[in-house]
Write a protein that binds this ligand. Structure first.
Ligand SMILES: [Zn+2]
Length: 310
C-alpha cells in the first residue's frame, strides 16, 4: 500500500486555530472543577517486583513555550526531544516509543503536510532509535516494542528494526487502519509490513486515577493505562521502579508544566494533533491528580526524561 499523505489544513482552519491560540494565550482553558471532583483514585497495585526504565540518549532543542503549553509566556523556551525508553523486566526487555529512524527527512518527514513538517522537523543531530540502542551501558536486545500511540514520531524508529514484534492497543490499531484521516510519516509501514503485531485491550481495573489498565506481566510491575484523547487509543506505561512509580505518558502531555498547571496544548498546533481536544483535556486532569504518586514523563519533555538516562 502506498504511504498515505496527510491532508494539509486549509487556510481557514489555520486562521481559526491561530485565533484560538491568541485567545488561549490570554485566557487559557480553565480546569474543570466538576470533572476533577468526580475522578476517583483506585490506588496502585500491591507487589514488590520492580523494573528499570531508561531513556536512550537524545539531543534536546529549545522551543517556544507558547507552542507547547497554552498560556505560556511567548519569550520562554522549553526543552524538547524525541526520546525512546527501554523497560527491563526479568521476563522481557521492551522499547516504549521507538520514535526516530535513520534518514527520517527522506523516509518519513516528506509524507507530512508542509506546515506540520515545518513545525516538527527535529535537528539533524537527532539520534535514531537504533543508534541509541548502542549506548553504554549496553542494553539487552529488545523483545518487543510498545508505542504509547501510533503517530510517526513514536513508531518510525521501527523502520530500522525489522521483525521486532509490536504490542499495540486494539483501539489504536483500528484507528490507523480504518481512520478517516490517514496517519502519515511511516506509521503504516512501521506497523504493518510483515511485522508481528499483537493487539491488546485494556482489560484490567482502574489504576490510580486512570479508568482502565492492562497488566503486562501479570505481576503488577508494569501496567498500561488509558490516556485517550491525543489519539483514540493513547496509553501510558506505568512501571514500578526501585525509585518509585514512573508513568511514560506519551503525548497526553508534551511537557510536565501542562500536568502541573493543568494547561492543555495550545490551539496551534494542538487542534491539528489532538484527535479529541476535550478527551485530551479530561486525561490531563487525571494526570494532574496522579502527579504526586508517580513521576510523569511526557515523551518529548527532556527536562524530565534526562533523569532516566542514568
Ligand atoms: Zn509525539
Amino acid at each position: 500500500m502506498p504511504n498515505p499523505r496527510e491532508r494539509s489544513p486549509g487556510p481557514g482552519e489555520v486562521l481559526t486555530a491561530l485565533g484560538h491560540l491568541a485567545r488561549g494565550t490570554v485566557r487559557p482553558r480553565p480546569p474543570d472543577a466538576r470533572l476533577m471532583a468526580s475522578i476517583a483514585d483506585a490506588g496502585l497495585p500491591a507487589g514488590d517486583r520492580t523494573v528499570t526504565v531508561r531513556a536512550l540518549p537524545q539531543v534536546t532543542r529549545r522551543v517556544p513555550a507558547t507552542g507547547i503549553v497554552e498560556g505560556a509566556a511567548p519569550v520562554r523556551r522549553l526543552e524538547s526531544a524525541m526520546t525512546t525508553f527501554v523497560v527491563e523486566h526479568p521476563a522481557a526487555t521492551f522499547l516504549v516509543d521507538p520514535g526516530f529512524c535513520r534518514q527520517a527527512r527522506d523516509r518519513v518527514l516528506t509524507e507530512l503536510p508542509f506546515l506540520t513538517r515545518l513545525l516538527v522537523t527535529p535537528p539533524r543531530t537527532t539520534v535514531s532509535t537504533v543508534d541509541g540502542l548502542t549506548t553504554r551501558p549496553p542494553i539487552r536486545q529488545p523483545d518487543f516494542a510498545l508505542p504509547t500511540h501510533a503517530h510517526w514520531d513514536h513508531v518510525c524508529g521501527l523502520l530500522d528494526l525489522p521483525g521486532l514484534p509490536v504490542l499495540l492497543r486494539d483501539t489504536e490499531q483500528a484507528w490507523i487502519l480504518d481512520g478517516e484521516r490517514p496517519v502519515a510519516g511511516g506509521v503504516r509501514p512501521a506497523l504493518t509490513d510483515g511485522r508481528p503485531v499483537r493487539t491488546y485491550g485494556l482489560d484490567g481495573p482502574p489504576v490510580s486515577t486512570f479508568t482502565a489498565s492492562h497488566d503486562l506481566f501479570d505481576d503488577g510491575s508494569v501496567l498500561v493505562v488509558d490516556l485517550a484523547g491525543h489519539t483514540p487509543g493513547s496509553v501510558g506505561i506505568l512501571a514500578r521502579t526501585a525509585r518509585g512509580w514512573v508513568l511514560l505518558a506519551g503525548d497526553a502531555a508534551w511537557h510536565h508544566e501542562q500536568v502541573d498547571r493543568l494547561r492543555q496544548k495550545p490551539a496551534f498546533p494542538g487542534e491539528f494533533v489532538d484527535a479529541d481536544r476535550d478527551a485530551a483535556f479530561a486525561t490531563l486532569h487525571r494526570l494532574h491528580l496522579a502527579r504526586h504518586r508517580m513521576r510523569i514523563v511526557p515523551t518529548h519533555d527532556s527536562s524530565v526524561s534526562t533523569h532516566l538516562c542514568r
